[in-house]
Design a protein around this ligand. Structure first.
Ligand SMILES: NC(=O)c1ccc[n+]([C@@H]2O[C@H](COP(=O)([O-])OP(=O)(O)OC[C@H]3O[C@@H](n4cnc5c(N)ncnc54)[C@H](OP(=O)(O)O)[C@@H]3O)[C@@H](O)[C@H]2O)c1
Length: 436
């Protein structure tokens, strides 16, 4: 196969999807064909492009002979070598296209994290069987070369933890709530206005986008299959300005983190907002930036930081994948051959211990504090720090408790008991404290 590719010196590409990412990638490739040839000794030829409609107004011209009306025909075209899927969505047309492409022995490059997180294992198996590449660097953290770093640069290492800020939109919202003292809804409005959040930003905000990326990273880092069952996924929409302000008073920043780690031979994956010490590296990652930290042996801690989304950074990763294919670098999509990947033991966070920030908005009556501490004590949770702030109307008070470490399940019990109390005026809130 390697010899065949080297002799050919050019490869035919179909780009499917000409939106934010596809249109930038298309233009880049047209302009930089010769540079890519110099680096790979193979010329990438854009043979066809396809999207929903030829008539749609675009910033660049597409000649009629380049247009493929039905993208699902691409896998059947003999001279096509590589299909670049830039449509999006875990199912529907993107799924059909990628499955058909790999089955028809076409190399596939995709930026589609939802698809890879859901079907990555089976797609990888087909690619391996048919000796073609299935590349997805652009699916995880835009321009940060995290996939290739795990697969190649860090191959000598045993990874025990991978974590970071994996979503630029939610990080922009949280950091602008902090910097500009904005409420969540205003920060989200600005994120949309600046083009950081899509018109439907649900998956950025509810944690699903981070979860997809984390699941892919977990499989790569721990040589496991992708696990969809035991991951904890919490988003940021319950964080308000009061929490941001309280966190600041206590010396923390609130960030949406994704963490995958091995504890006692079990893998725990979690996505949730967390209070992080303000002087830590992660707390200082602001705006749309992403950062991924890998703890592994023997290299120690490795940090990758950069633009996690947007057409330019994502194209950087797509071109990296493309060059890998053009060089004839056929590799196992998830580092190891399918037979050698592990059915790892995944565990929920139920037994994991955390310190937490507990915020209770209560009626300002006597005896409430002692009742709250009784509920905590009954669940074996002790108080490390307690602050009581009167609210503006002075009828209510906001009690902030920083706890010592206790099992996650204890906090679930505490919340369910406290929210039934007649003195509680808003749903009680817990944010985990993370030492990273
Ligand atoms: N945006 C980012 O910053 C970013 C970063 C990393 C990864 N990604 C991933 O990159 C992929 C593309 O994202 P995007 O932001 O470029 O999306 P987008 O702007 O919505 O573009 C989607 C493209 O898919 C085409 N399309 C939709 N349905 C189709 C169908 N049935 N048949 C053929 N084409 C169809 C659209 O065609 P028309 O143009 O004709 O409407 C459009 O060109 C997604 O998987 C996304 O998760 C995005």
């Amino acid at each position: 196969m390697l010899n065949k590719l080297k002799m050919k010196n050019e490869m035919n590409i179909v780009i499917v999807g000409l939106g934010n990412i596809g249109s930038y990638f298309f233009t880049y490739l047209k302009k930089n064909k010769n540079i890519i040839f110099n680096k790979t000794n193979t010329t990438p030829i854009i043979r066809y492009v396809s999207a929903r409609s030829f008539k749609k107004k675009r910033d660049f011209k597409i000649s009629k002979k380049l247009w493929l009306e039905n993208c699902l025909l691409a896998p059947k075209i003999k001279e096509v070598d590589i299909i670049v899927e830039l449509i999006g969505g875990s199912d529907g047309i993107a799924k059909k296209l990628v499955f058909e492409a790999l089955k028809n022995k076409k190399h596939v490059i995709t930026a589609n994290k939802a698809l890879v997180a859901k079907y990555g294992d089976v797609l990888s198996r087909i690619a391996e069987k048919n000796k073609v590449n299935f590349e997805f660097e652009a699916a995880v953290c835009g321009g940060i070369p995290i996939v290739r770093s795990i697969k190649e640069g860090l191959i000598a290492n045993n990874i025990n933890k991978i974590y970071g800020i994996l979503n630029g939109t939610s990080n922009y919202i949280l950091s602008s709530m902090d910097k500009n003292k904005l409420e969540y809804s205003d920060a989200l409005f600005n994120a949309k206005k600046l083009g950081y959040a899509e018109s439907n930003p649900a998956s950025d905000i509810n944690g699903d986008d981070v979860a997809s990326k984390l699941k892919i990273l977990t499989a790569l880092a721990f040589n496991s299959f992708i696990d969809n069952k035991s991951i904890l996924v919490e988003g940021i929409k319950n964080i308000d300005q009061i929490d941001i302000n309280n966190a600041n008073q206590l010396g923390y920043k609130i960030k949406l983190v994704g963490v995958a780690e091995i504890e006692k031979n079990k893998i725990i994956q979690r996505v949730h907002p967390a209070l992080i010490k303000e002087n830590s590296y992660i707390a200082k990652i602001n705006g749309v930036l992403n950062a991924v930290i890998i703890e592994s042996n023997p290299v120690g801690k490795t940090v990758l930081q950069g633009e996690g989304a947007g057409p330019g950074p994502t194209t950087s990763s797509l071109v990296s994948d493309l060059c890998s294919v053009l060089r004839g670098n056929i590799k196992f999509p998830f580092v190891l051959p399918d037979k050698k990947r592990k059915f790892a033991n995944f565990q929920s966070i139920k037994n994991k211990k955390f310190s937490v920030y507990l915020r209770l908005d209560v009626k300002d009556n006597h005896g409430i504090l002692s009742d709250i501490t009784k509920v905590l004590a009954k669940n074996k949770v002790s108080v490390k720090r307690l602050i009581q702030n009167p609210t503006i109307n002075k009828k209510n008070a906001s009690i902030i408790i920083i706890t010592h470490k206790a099992k996650s399940s204890s906090f679930v019990n505490i919340l369910s008991t406290l929210k039934k109390k007649s003195y509680i005026v808003n749903i009680p809130k817990i944010i985990r404290i993370e030492k990273i």
